[in-house]
Design a protein around this ligand. Structure first.
Ligand SMILES: Nc1nc2c(c(=O)[nH]1)N[C@H]1C(S)=C(S)[C@@H](COP(=O)(O)O)O[C@H]1N2
Ligand SMILES: [Mo]
Length: 366
């Protein structure tokens, strides 16, 4: 069965590509790294996925016909594969077209995409080991009678001991995965955060970030404005504060619900300092010297945009923008510039980081 081997191999290779690129997208450090070297990882992931879908559809008929005469164990494997394939495809499509969907649908798609991967990993592991070393699992006798395995596999039947080892390895894999994914964030939730749902997947386009625990921070306000101003951290804390509870949405599909955010409304800051913007636009720069985004002046001053310095009753964590991040309640997460240190008013609009490299919408309303 030469063709079957080849198809199997191609499936394997494509699958590994997808799995690896998917994991690299999922892990903050690798996602950041690929972003920095300018490698379009998302596009790569999508492209391999498209090829893989084509391959599956192409080989479906032949494999189906081949399997009709084969033992149930093979049919089971195939159906399991197909099931996961459909889940990935459906959730992946939803993630791709997320701009047209409700936040709830997007969130569910992301969760399904992640979870199918983590559930599938143990299967991939056992399957690959089984194939590489030509061994089979010790299925119960009633199943084996129906399965009628080929002699080469029959000879290599795993002992119960080996099977347990293999199985615990796979289980460990699943455990580690789910630990990172679900338990850590849940365990990290403090009392005050009880009502919060979901967790922040820290997104930084830079590898490192400015650490203002060790150096001084201030916010510069300049450009087309009645006067230039520089506001220090203690100045900021002394201004009248506003606390909101809001849902934070990243454009890639994840959300955090009921986040309590405390900060200073830009409106209040402008009142307190007697500032009057002359420019129609404003660019917010991050202290990381890479990230920035732009707004209409009215969006920051007349709408409820905040300079946030506390989340869920605690000062921002260093990776989350300490000491201060911008936040507009009606806009996507990418408008929330972390470590914001400059607001520059201007007569012309600047395209932000993600508008230049990711094609994100300028206004970014939810
Ligand atoms: N300086 C800076 N701010 C940033 C980003 C970034 O890469 N650098 N990412 C943005 C995006 S796309 C999102 S979704 C949120 C993520 O916030 P979090 O890292 O606190 O989860 O931060 C936004 N602010
Ligand atoms: Mo985002």
């Amino acid at each position: 069965m030469q063709w079957l081997r080849i198809i199997h191999l191609i499936h394997g290779v494509f699958f590994i590509f997808m799995l690896l690129s998917g994991l690299c997208l999922y892990i903050v450090a690798t996602r950041t790294w690929f972003n920095q070297i300018g490698f379009p990882l998302v596009q790569f992931h999508l492209l391999t996925a498209c090829f893989y879908c084509g391959l599956v559809l192409y080989s479906l008929y032949r494999i189906g016909r081949y399997l009709l005469k084969k033992p149930p164990v093979k049919k089971f494997n195939f159906i399991l594969n197909l099931l996961f394939f459909l889940m990935w495809m459906a959730s992946g499509l939803l993630m791709y077209f997320q701009a047209y969907l409700l936040a709830e649908v997007r969130n569910v798609a992301v969760v399904i995409h992640d979870w199918t991967t983590f559930l599938f990993l143990p299967w991939v592991l056992t399957h690959t080991i089984g194939h590489l070393f030509n061994v089979s699992l010790p299925w119960p006798a009633w199943w084996k009678r129906r399965a009628a395995l080929p002699p080469i596999i029959e000879e290599n039947m795993l002992e119960r001991r080996d099977f347990l080892k293999l199985f615990s390895l796979a289980f460990l894999f699943l455990l580690i995965g789910s630990w990172f994914k679900w338990l850590t964030p849940i365990l990290n939730v403090t009392e005050a955060e009880n009502k919060r749902r979901g967790y922040f997947r820290i997104y930084n386009v830079t590898n490192d970030f400015p650490r203002y625990e060790d150096r001084e921070w201030s916010l510069t306000i300049d450009g087309l404005i009645n006067k230039k101003e520089s506001i220090g951290y203690t100045d900021l804390l002394h201004l009248p504060s506003t606390t909101i509870i809001d849902n934070f949405h990243c454009v890639t599909g994840w959300s955090v619900r009921n986040v309590e955010m405390k900060g200073v409304l830009l409106k209040d800051l402008f009142d307190a300092y007697g500032l009057e913007a002359k420019g129609k636009f404003v660019t917010a720069y991050s202290g990381d010297e890479v990230y920035f985004d732009s707004f209409l002046t009215t969006q920051l001053i007349d709408e409820e945009a905040l300079l946030v310095y506390e989340m869920d009753g605690e000062f921002l964590k260093p990776a989350q923008g300490y000491p201060c991040r911008l936040y507009h309640p009606d806009m996507y997460g990418y408008k929330s510039v972390k470590w914001v240190d400059r607001l520059e008013f201007s007569g012309e609009r600047k395209k932000g980081y993600w508008q230049q490299s990711g094609g994100y919408d300028l206004n970014g309303y939810l």
